[in-house]
Design a protein around this ligand. Structure first.
Ligand SMILES: Cc1cc2nc3c(=O)[nH]c(=O)nc-3n(C[C@H](O)[C@H](O)[C@H](O)COP(=O)(O)O)c2cc1C
Length: 320
């Protein structure tokens, strides 16, 4: 099988964040690979309208994996096959989502609760896919009493899964506490297929430290990339891209334009907010700036706020 190389730093799937515009900008800023947000396998099979929007890749299909969620091997295998037929070369199954609405259907992290069910899912999806790369994204277990990532990893390897994305928290921790990357190190030592670290990788330093400590094949930026897509280029170039504030504002403005082109101005206005909040976080006086963004009614007003930061020697110096 001619395997696609996922590279070293990947944009993690994030619902509501990693739509086409953000993936496009992250790839442009240096991400080696990106993922759609999780897409319902059943919805995809029924050609749900909302699903089609999530599948958009532009010309970037070779650098975009589709992430599916579902609870049965049968549905996930059919959806995986359909995704491969549509040209996706990398198909990931979500086994980490902690959200109640998803877990109660038996999907996301609920898959980790039942090792037999897990095995059936990976076997079904693997046999439905011929040349595509098949990956899974997991947590360390469902709860503190069922931490089973090593067993899950071993079965995945034996069943022909090509790589594992690992977020070392249990489902019950949700996003609480710290991601325990000593577990990532253990998983990497246990299995021979590529392991990618996810969890609390907010900065280039975090990424370098976790990569060196765990020996993983690559890392995923998730929250750390929101409003800071240049983090990929910074990581790959060992922090040498050194974009100045004006160049960063240009990237945020480009992202804002892509978002409103793709979703329309009204929806776009809300979808850009998480990026703006995160971007502004690192500035002195950011509270006031975020408040101004909150009150802004148009894109033009937001651009005016960003332009305040362009002027040098103002009171909004960067803190980090
Ligand atoms: C807003 C948001 C949405 C997410 N949606 C998904 C998703 O659709 N699929 C998935 O596998 N993980 C999802 N995640 C989890 C991330 O991919 C990642 O594993 C997690 O945030 C830990 O990385 P971080 O601490 O560096 O953010 C989401 C996380 C956030 C914050």
């Amino acid at each position: 099988m001619d395997k696609i190389n996922l590279g070293q730093c990947i944009l993690a799937p994030m619902a509501g964040i990693t739509g086409y515009p953000f993936r496009k900008i992250a790839l442009k800023c240096g991400a080696d690979f990106s993922f759609t947000e999780m897409i319902s396998a059943a919805g995809f099979l029924h050609n749900d309208r909302g699903t089609l929007e999530l599948l958009e890749t532009g010309s970037g299909i070779d650098k975009t994996g589709i992430q599916l969620f579902g609870s049965t091997g049968d549905i996930l295998a059919q959806a995986a096959k359909k995704a491969a037929d549509k040209g996706f070369k990398v198909i990931d199954v979500n086994m980490g989502c902690p959200v109640k609405k998803v877990v109660k259907t038996g999907a996301g992290s609920a898959i980790l609760k039942d090792i037999k069910g897990f095995s059936l899912i990976v076997e079904s999806v693997r046999s439905a896919l011929k040349d595509s790369v098949f990956t899974i994204k997991i947590r360390s277990g469902f709860d503190e009493n069922s931490v089973n990532f090593l067993e899950v990893g071993r079965i995945a390897e034996l069943s022909g899964v090509d790589a594992v994305f690992f977020h070392p928290r249990t489902r019950s921790l949700m996003f609480g506490g710290a991601a325990d990357h000593s577990l990532t190190k253990k998983l990497k030592e246990e299995i021979a297929i590529p392991v990618y670290a996810s969890g609390d990788i907010f900065t280039v330093d975090d990424a370098v430290t976790i990569k060196d400590y765990t020996g993983v094949d690559g890392i995923m930026f998730a929250r750390g990339a929101i409003g800071k897509p240049w983090v990929f280029g910074d990581y790959l170039n060992a922090n040498r891209t050194n974009l100045d504030i004006n160049q960063k504002i240009d990237i945020i403005a480009e992202l804002m334009e892509e978002i409103s082109l793709f979703y329309g101005r009204e929806r776009g206005h809300n979808l850009i907010r998480p990026h703006l909040y995160n971007f502004l976080k690192g500035f002195k006086g950011s509270k006031g700036l975020r408040c101004m963004v909150n009150n802004a009614k148009t894109e033009k007003e937001i651009l005016e706020i960003l332009n305040i930061l362009r002027t040098t020697n103002n009171e909004y110096t960067r803190l980090d």
